[in-house]
Structures are given as structure tokens and as C-alpha cells.
Design a protein around this ligand. Sequence first.
Ligand code: FAD
Length: 497
Amino acid sequence: ADGAHVPALVIGTGYGGSVAALRLAQAGVDVHMVEMGMAWDTPGTDGKIFCNTLEPDYRSYWLRTRTKAPLNYFLGFPIDRNIPRYTGVLDAEDFTGITVYQGRGVGGGSLVNGGMAVTPKRENFATILPSVNPDEMYATYYPRANAGLGVGLIDPAWFETTACYQYARVGRKHAQRSGFPFVFVPDVYDWDYMKQEAAGTVTKSALAGEILYGNNHGKKSLQKTYLAQAKATGRVAISALHRVASVAPAGSGGYTVVIEQLNSTGDTTATKTVTADRVFFAAGSVGTSKLLVKLKATGALPGLNAEVGKGWGDNGNVMCGRANHLWDPTGSLQSSIPCCGIDNWAAGGAFAEVAPLPTGIETFASFYLSITRNPNRAQFTWNATTGKVDLSWQTAWKQQSIDMAKTIFDKINAKEGTIYRTDLFGIYKIWGDHLTYHPLGGAVLNRATDNYGRLPGYPGLYVIDGALIPGNTTVNPFVTITALAERNIEQIITTDL
Ligand code: FAD
């Protein structure tokens, strides 16, 4: 409520925020979480909380009047459609050179993502977070994160026989015939539930093409894991449809936080001011960076250092499809949850997920999201003219990612006698190089913050989300974001409370 005082305020309810809230509450601290998206706990008139990928409705996008599907063409035809403006679950946030997809709502990115829960290879860790002790991460914090998130692996025997992973088996065959290491990828989806979906005994979610706009069953989003545990402590309150606009030192100690209440069309209906002893920035790489850059430039937190806004990367995301021969169908039923990848990181700088195309019809296409070792880093800056935060990413910077992904797919195409699909991202466009699902950085650990996420000069202010990671995790990022948050909050609870 307006005028309230809280011991700890957490901005955002994604991975970093959920870890912070749970561990603070377990240490006896009352926590208030502020989330600009919806609660996503109430079904619509169709009985479902989330809509389907094939039929995006008002629930799909964050304050857009037209969908912006990552894969925006099919068989050469644009598939986007008009929708009512609503505080939907997926934000396609446009910057000059890149569209950044993010989850909006209680659970953050865990609501919309594929649930792929990958711990990076230890040999790569020094490139991911150079100032963090890998022994501690691999002995303590990665295992703790995996346990907290409920990570599991597909039953390999079921993988071999189920129709819904025909596309993945084709992906494996092609990878192996070209000599690439093929790996199973863990996920937070409930694999027993998916087996029951395939058997027809439960309501389908992964097998009904639910992905991007939320899963109604099966996926263990943060609402079912960290946030459920946090609420069970009785010390965590969450305000959905509330957006933090400002954080500034309060005269009496602590911080004054200005919060805007939103309605479901995105208008501000009330402005509230609270004070907090501690504030945790967990608004995601983009959300946290935008807030800090703005607050530094506009005088609310002028003492933030010059590293704020720097070191942002796209995790090298690039997508492509391949056209298979008629004897290599990928299946009309495809699980929306990916379960495997092609690891060419050491040799070619690319780790490619074998991704679904859950269209409901046979497409003879193999589809991939590659994570690549793209070296480019962009910066967030305050634009006083527009009153917005800009990002300096340039479209051309994706070429290096394309070249790395080609180390896998040019070779497979040559071996199989196949070609790239040109009908998925436009007309005669092979590469989905306009976007990222994996924003990382902008308030980098040990540069913009100290080595545990504390913001220098402002005791009680912390960054605890993907903004801490300087641009690349070599694999999908949320396990690393969660593990780093576990490491940092443990230190903060021990030494700062
Ligand atoms: P987020 O999870 O982004 O949470 C930040 C929260 O803060 C959001 O809920 C946001 O609404 C809220 N917020 C922002 N600004 C404010 C404000 N001013 N006031 C209040 N609240 C605010 N990663 C994987 O590891 N595996 C995958 O399979 C995978 N698939 C993905 C698929 C898609 C389509 C997308 C979009 C992402 C995917 N990711 C995946 C990435 C992963 O979801 C993110 O890396 C992760 O969610 C980031 O966690 P975070 O804690 O940094 O922030």
C-alpha cells in the first residue's frame, strides 16, 4: 500500500527475483515482490490461463495490437494477426537493431520459455563469469539451482519410440551422420506428465503446441517451484500489475521506491510510494539495465558507476530451418519442449537446439535455435529526447553468429544433400537473426556491481538477475542465472543482514 515500509523489496519475479525472495524469507526477512506483468492464476472464458501458439489471442503479447511471432512466416506467408492491446505474457521489445523476447508476469521468463535447463560445461565457465569461483558453483550452487528448479531428463527409451520426438530423432540422425556430438538437454517439464499426454490420459500442453505464450500444464514454471516455496514461508507478498518507476535514497535511510499500478491495457491507474531497507533489482537483463541507466542519468542514483548499461549480449541467438527429403518426415505431432542439441561449441562456437515446429502438419523441416560465441557487446544509454533507454546493438553484428551456426548446418546440408528453408522468416530469408530470447548483461558482476551484486555507493541496493552475466552463457541461460543468484544471496544474507 502507498506509504508502506518493507524490509526487502524485489523488483521482478523471474529467476533472480524468485531465488532472492525465497532465501530472504527463509532467513526471516519479510519480502515484497513487485511485478509489472499479470499474476497468471485465473483462467479465461475458455477455461485456460494461457493461449495456444497456433491461436494467439489477447493473452499472447505484452501491449501490442498485432502479434510478433519469432517465426513470422510459414510456407512464405506472414502469420501475424491483429490482437487487442493487453498485458499479455510475451513481450517482443523492439530496439533499433534487435527484438528482445521476454516473459511478463509472475514467474518472468519461466512462463514463456522452453524450460531447457542446461548447466554449462565446466571448461567453459571461466568465459561466462570470470570473477566467480567455479569450484563453488559446480559443487554447491549449480546443484542447488537444478534441485530448486526441478530439472529432469527425458526417459531415453521413451525418446526412441514416441511420435512427438520424431523431429528430434531426425535431428540426431543428421547430426551424427555429419560427426557432430549429439546431447540430450534437461528440462523443467514434467516428463511423466508428457508421457501421459502422449497416452491420451491427461489434458495436453506440450503436445498441444503450448510454448511462447505459456504452458497450461506440465511445465514447472517458477510459480510451481521457487515462488510456491517462497509463498509457503508466509513472508512473501507479490503485487502483480505493478511496475517500479524509480528508486532513490530516502532521507531517513533505506530507499524510496515509486511504483505505478497498471490496468490490463497498460495504463497507469495509481502511483504508490513505499520505503524499503533493501532493494533487489531482478527485472531481467533489459528491465534492470533500463532502470539503472535511467536512474543514474536522471539523478535518482547519480553515483552508480560508469559500467552500468555496458556488457550486454544476445547469447549469440540465431535460428534457421532445413528442408528434409521426403523420406525424412519430422512428424505432424511435435512436442513443444525441446530435448536435445548439437554441440559444436569447441570447434565452431555453436550449440544448436533441435527445436520443434509444432504446426500440426508434416512440414519436412528441421528447425534449430543456435547459441553462438558472438563476441559483440552493446550498451544501454539514456536518451533525454525520447525519455527512453536505447540499446546500441547493430543488426550486422549477427553475421558472426550466422557464420558459427553454418559450421554445423552447411556440413549437414552437404552430407544430406539438403538445403536451408527460405520460407520461415520472410520471403527467401534463411536466418532468424533479428531477435534474441536470451538477453544477458547490462549490470555486469564485478564491474557495475561488486562480486556479489552489490551496487557500490548504495548500501542495500543489489542486482540479482541476468543483467549480471556479461552477454553469453554458452548454453541456455536460466540455470546459470539461478545458480549465480543462489551464490550471491547466500553471501548477502551471511554478511549484510
Ligand atoms: P526475467 O525472467 O526476465 O524476469 C524479470 C521480471 O521482471 C519479468 O517478469 C518482468 O515483467 C519484470 N519486470 C521488468 N521490469 C520491471 C519493472 N520496472 N517493475 C516491475 N517488474 C518488472 N532460457 C533457458 O535457460 N532455457 C530455455 O529453454 C529458454 N527458452 C526461452 C524461450 C523464450 C521464448 C524466451 C523469451 C526466453 C527463453 N529463455 C530460456 C531465457 C530465460 O527465460 C531468461 O534468461 C530468464 O527468464 C531471465 O531471468 P531473469 O531472472 O534475469 O529475468
